[in-house]
Design a protein around this ligand. Structure first.
Ligand code: UDP
Length: 464
């Protein structure tokens, strides 16, 4: 832990695990480097502050919060619109108060906001605080988002079913089906959210990426040439800077089960915190896993299987017959599971955090992307890094599932993939080492943030 710097950083995460986790990890990294951290968080999905005693939490939007039942009636695009709509004003007030407050004697260095918050730039300018963005996805998918105007001009978007397998020559190795879109009744809103995100990065004082040079060198170079005025800081994988960062979900029974499995014999299955599947898809997943003969631990969080509470759609006696061979859980501490010697493969939706966490543990992936950047990540996993295999959602029946699992777990194809996964894991460790690219990037980031206090005052004087 470095000496305290007498500087505060205000962080404003998007309230979903895939965004909140990396923001809190980044907060931990800043704290270790001597900064104080204030987390301004929406009243929707508010995290448990007792798990992060080093940070000061401040809730915004209590008076007009979004309820879980309102949220579940919206698609993701609608949910993002609603969040941006409801929390802009409360955030504006909170940021004004936090930056005006001098009681603690610590100056605010900057705001770090999630790139999806479209209004953060304007609000930061109003209160004259420097703003950096955290992009919680990968660099390659951001390049695809930044290319949306071009993709629309060239007719790739909106996606036509007849062109799914066509290569997008401007964004190799992506095919049309890999473009980071989401099914929505309001595509115009999706384009606006994406365009605001890209503009927000362009107008920021720096962008932080949870990735590393040896993984995404070419897309990072692409970003540097497209966003020349924006310093880019690829300092990931965040969670590996903080070996002591542990979410505290009850993990004991999962660990006890994993401890009883042979090395690399179990498949871990999780589709992250937002994706949802039908009852029919769930039954195919359950039968495919069971028929594969491999042991498995499968996360079925509440709300994941539409129209059900949890796993009650399974036929009577299914779980009993499975016995110790398979385990359904509502949530797992994914870092713990992936780093366990028993895990031989991760069947994932390829959310960026999950992808990175799997890479960091050298675990090969079975990729079933559901929406947005997951499609891009999946293409990179299977075709660029070659540490995973694709299982299309549309082809996800019990026979295909069984076949893919066996291919990855017991055939030579899987063995070769594991070798490559372990090499990529080593590259991540090198980037995080003392002279590694992520460590150097973090040093640059800290100096950059420390330079804000004077430069913003200077810029403000020039404006007035
Ligand atoms: N996660 C977890 N336990 C689970 C499922 C997910 O800890 O049972 C964590 C996972 O480690 C990751 C995050 O939730 O950090 C999911 O983020 P990701 O980007 O993979 O997917 P998203 O939820 O955004 O679709």
């Amino acid at each position: 832990m470095e000496d305290r710097k007498g500087r505060r950083i205000i962080m404003f995460p998007l309230p979903f695990p895939g965004h909140l986790n990396p923001m809190l990890q980044l907060a931990g990294i800043f704290h270790r480097r001597g900064f104080s951290v204030i987390v301004i968080h929406t009243s929707f999905n508010f995290p448990d502050p007792s798990r992060h005693p080093h940070f000061t939490f401040r809730t915004v939007g209590d008076e007009n919060t979004l309820t879980q039942s309102e949220a579940s009636g919206l698609d993701l695009v609608g949910l993002l619109r609603e969040l941006n709509h409801r929390f802009a004003e409360p955030f504006r007030r909170a940021l004004a108060e936090e930056t005006a407050e001098e009681e603690s004697g610590e100056a605010v260095s900057c705001l770090v906001s999630d790139a999806i918050w479209g209004f953060a730039g304007e609000v930061a300018d109003e209160v004259r605080v420097s703003r950096m963005v955290l992009r919680t996805g990968g660099a390659a998918s951001f390049c695809a988002f930044a290319a949306f105007p071009l993709l629309r001009d060239k007719g790739y978007l909106p996606i036509q079913d007849s062109r799914l397998e066509e290569p997008v020559t401007e964004l190799p190795p992506l095919k049309v089906k890999d473009l980071p879109v989401i099914e929505t009744s309001k595509p115009g809103e999706l384009y606006r959210i994406v365009s605001d995100m890209v503009k927000g990065v362009k107008s920021s004082s720096g962008a932080i990426w949870n990735t590393f040079e040896d993984l995404e060198g070419p897309p990072l170079d692409d970003l540097r040439s497209q966003f020349r005025d924006v310093p880019i800081f690829p300092i990931g994988p965040f969670h590996k800077h903080l070996e002591d960062f542990k979410p505290t979900e009850n993990q004991e029974s999962i660990n006890a089960w994993l401890d009883k499995q042979e090395p690399r014999s179990a498949v871990y299955v999780s589709f992250g915190s937002l994706a949802a599947i039908s009852r029919e898809e769930f039954l195919e997943i359950a039968w495919g896993l069971s028929n594969s003969g491999q042991s498995f631990v499968c996360v079925i969080r509440q709300g994941f299987v539409r129209g059900t509470e949890w796993i009650e759609a399974l036929p009577r006696g299914f779980v009993e017959k499975l016995g110790q061979k398979g385990k359904f859980v509502k949530w797992a501490n994914q870092h713990d599971v992936l780093s366990h010697r028993a895990v031989g493969a991760f069947w994932t939706h390829c959310g960026w955090n999950s992808t990175l966490e799997s890479i960091c543990e050298g675990v090969p992936m079975i990729c079933t992307p559901c929406f947005t950047d997951q499609h891009v990540n999946s293409r990179y996993v299977s075709d660029v890094w070659r540490v995973g295999v694709r299982l299309e959602r549309s082809e996800m029946d019990r026979w295909q599932i069984e076949k893919v699992i066996r291919r990855v777990m017991v055939e030579s194809f899987g063995y070769e993939m594991r070798e490559r996964s372990l090499k990529l894991k080593e590259r991540a460790e090198i980037c995080l080492g003392q002279d590694g690219s992520s460590s150097k990037s973090l040093d640059r980031l800290v100096s950059h943030v420390l330079s804000f206090d004077s430069s913003f005052a200077f810029a403000s004087e020039r404006i007035s």
